[in-house]
Design a protein around this ligand. Structure first.
Ligand SMILES: [Mn+2]
Length: 340
């Protein structure tokens, strides 16, 4: 006979407002003013938040006359190419003999997620980390880590404080917020998220509907085919409380989709009534599986991911595991069952 533990509802912690009068913000504003050469770094497998936040900052610093670049270890996804300035995101930043005056990591939860640019980041004279992941170990000299719906919210406050907002920056920040908030649907969304979106829409000219379509709703035919293929094989455990979607290299090959096209598939799992924990496993070429975790009421996704050295947020997190596919599924199921 199974004894059910009394369930505790896991709530997203109440967040504190973004306070630009704090020391770390002052330090960042001073660093931005004093630096001439600046590198902005987005995380591997880039999404709308890391690119939108990075581009808003990039445009603002360029307008200030700084020598600045924005780099990402992976190519920027097709669907983000419409963002103003997107063409500037490079995988080959200029190789200067001297270290950068300032390197800024945006939306990058760990040093490892800088990918091949970790070295360029850490050899800069000054480093700043601007992020909203609670697992962030604060690996910069200046750290602005605030739990909120999107890094774009923090960048908004910083640019506003320094009078550096523009129509283009507003479009990029709105895209970042829409991406990471699931179009204002996630529990990480607060009145402040809505207030920032409203301030952006009130103060600046950009096509909000088009941004939502491009970042949130639009999908390519390959993505549509990939979703149909993998979701039809979704497996359920624990009386329908756990959903596991698996995406193998063969699925990508059959549908013509790429690894970045797997983003968001896990959301379809957690949308199902009764599912409390959804996992998606994407087989990587090196026998590794990239695991995305989404949770609903009773389980902390960040806590599950942390069991495997990963991290993220209360409702959305990720990690990587290597080994046999069936063993990995067993390990994930155990972690979820222990918490249900
Ligand atoms: Mn983000």
């Amino acid at each position: 006979m199974l004894i059910k533990r009394e369930k505790t509802l896991i709530k997203t912690p109440t967040r504190k407002p973004i306070m630009t009068n704090e020391n770390n913000y002052q330090a960042l504003s001073a660093a931005l003013k004093n630096a001439d050469s600046i590198g902005i770094f987005s995380h591997v497998s880039p999404d709308g938040d890391t690119i939108g936040s990075g581009l808003a900052l990039y445009g603002a610093l360029k307008a200030l006359g700084k020598t600045v670049f924005i780099a990402c270890a992976d190519p920027i996804p097709q669907k983000l190419l419409f963002l103003p300035g997107a063409a500037a995101v490079t995988q080959n930043p200029p190789k200067a003999a001297k270290p950068l005056d300032l390197a800024i990591a945006v939306d990058t939860a760990s040093y490892e997620r800088l990918g091949v640019f970790g070295h360029d980041f850490s050899r800069a004279k000054n480093t700043a980390v601007i992020d909203h992941h609670k697992s962030n170990p604060r690996y910069g000299k200046i750290n602005i880590v605030v739990e909120c719906a999107a890094t774009a919210e923090i960048i908004y406050r910083i640019l506003k404080e320094n009078a550096l907002l523009s129509d283009d920056a507003a479009a990029c920040l709105f895209a970042g917020i829409v991406t990471d908030s699931g179009c204002f649907a996630f529990s990480s969304v607060t009145p402040e998220t809505h207030a920032i979106a409203a301030e952006l829409m009130n103060g600046f000219k950009f096509d909000a509907e088009n941004i939502i379509y491009n970042t949130y709703r639009a999908k390519s035919l390959q993505v549509f085919k990939l979703r149909n293929a993998v979701l039809s094989k979704c497996k359920f455990y624990n009386d329908g409380q756990i959903a596991v979607v698996s995406i193998f290299q063969s699925d990508l090959k059959d549908t013509g989709a790429g690894e970045s096209d797997t983003e968001g598939i896990v959301t379809d799992g957690i949308s199902i009534i009764g599912v409390e924990v959804a996992f998606s496993l994407t087989e990587m070429p090196n026998k590794q599986f990239k695991v995305s975790i989404r949770t609903k009421n009773y389980v902390d996704a960040n806590d599950c991911a942390a069991a495997f050295g990963g991290g993220g947020h209360t409702r959305a997190a990720g990690c990587r595991l290597s080994g046999n596919y069936y063993d990995i599924v067993d390990k994930l199921l155990k972690v979820a069952r222990d918490r249900l």
